[in-house]
Design a protein. Structure first.
Length: 323
């Protein structure tokens, strides 16, 4: 099968070994002791390049394009969070840090054309895990945007790695993430305005925000539809840990896509949506959600592109997940 979403490191035996190494780390995330593991910093040095306006592209899935140079970005001071908690990412990723006031998604979209696939923009915030990654697909936009689902699977897997036992983590189609029914954030996707359905887009950006700490002064219960990791028993898991875990799981999601096709990614995603009785759901080749109600002849279509134009979980006034 065509490797339209190959990892930026390539598919050589050496690089396949790297993927398997990070598979071990990601799988270890899933057991009670393994979540403490991190990628060996000596084997995975963290780039020191910082930028006031970084942007993430779509290349963690190396789509056969040569990596663009990421050098030359100006160095800027970083927040105390960045200094205290270094981010250790797998080799396909290049880290770009922003100040706490930065916007990871907007910055990633801005620098995506030059920064190249695998660029991961991270904002050092105490209350939010905020990051965005640049991707460069080799397949047409109409099918390449399904990478959004791989990003959502990786995001929820990253949270599962730190979640208390039996704590439900669900996805509200297409982009909202809830823990035990409370909204903690979600994912989003950006692409060039001039993207053409039948041609590969120059880049895509998958971005995410997860509320790690409840910062409002209201008593618990005032916002019953909202949640934060600290309220849900996630212990010391913060922005750095969630970001690192996401990167490892994103590698796995794309590797599994390569090995077994998109159907596996679709199954993982759909299994995290709340179940509706008497319905059958699937994701089509365009990324749209098709819902058929048993006994009814019509099929409901959820248009992915339209749904992604305005993230359902994002409060523009707050600059973060809705309360």
């Amino acid at each position: 099968m065509a490797k339209a979403f190959d990892l930026a490191v390539g598919t050589s035996a050496l690089n396949r070994g790297r993927v398997e190494t990070h598979r071990v780390f990601a799988r270890a995330d899933q057991d009670g002791l393994g979540w403490l593991l991190q990628v060996n910093p000596s084997a995975n040095p963290v780039p020191t390049t910082d930028s006031r306006r970084p942007f993430a592209s779509y290349r963690t899935l190396s789509i056969g394009k040569k990596r663009k140079a990421e050098d030359g970005l100006p160095s800027i001071p970083v927040s105390h969070v960045s200094l205290v908690e270094p981010i250790h990412l797998p080799p396909p990723f290049t880290l770009v840090r922003l100040r706490e006031s930065g916007d990871a998604f907007a910055h990633a979209c801005r620098i995506a054309p030059e920064s190249g696939a695998g660029t991961l923009v991270y904002v050092g915030r105490f209350d939010l895990a905020e990051f965005a990654v640049v991707l460069e697909p080799a397949e047409p936009f109409r099918t390449a945007r399904r990478a959004f689902y791989a990003g959502m699977v990786a995001l929820t897997d990253a949270l599962r790695a730190y979640a208390p036992p039996s704590k439900p983590i669900t996805i509200g189609w297409p982009d909202a993430v809830r823990i035990d029914g409370g909204l903690v954030g979600g994912g989003r996707m950006g692409w060039p305005l001039a993207a053409i359905e039948e041609e590969p887009p120059p880049w895509l950006v998958f971005g995410a925000m997860i509320r790690t700490v409840a910062m409002n002064e209201d008593e618990r219960g005032v916002h019953p539809l909202a949640a934060a990791l600290d309220q849900e028993g996630f212990g010391e898991a913060g922005a750095a840990q969630i970001t690192e875990s996401f990167a490892r799981h994103l590698m796995l999601a794309f590797d599994d896509w390569q090995a077994g096709g998109f159907d596996g990614v679709a199954r993982e995603y759909l299994s995290r949506m709340p179940r509706e009785r008497q319905t059958v759901q699937r994701i089509d080749d365009r990324g749209d959600l098709l819902t058929r109600r048993i006994g009814a002849g019509e099929i409901e279509r959820g248009d992915l592109v339209q749904a992604l134009l305005a993230p359902s979980w994002l409060d523009p006034a707050l600059g973060g997940p809705r309360l």
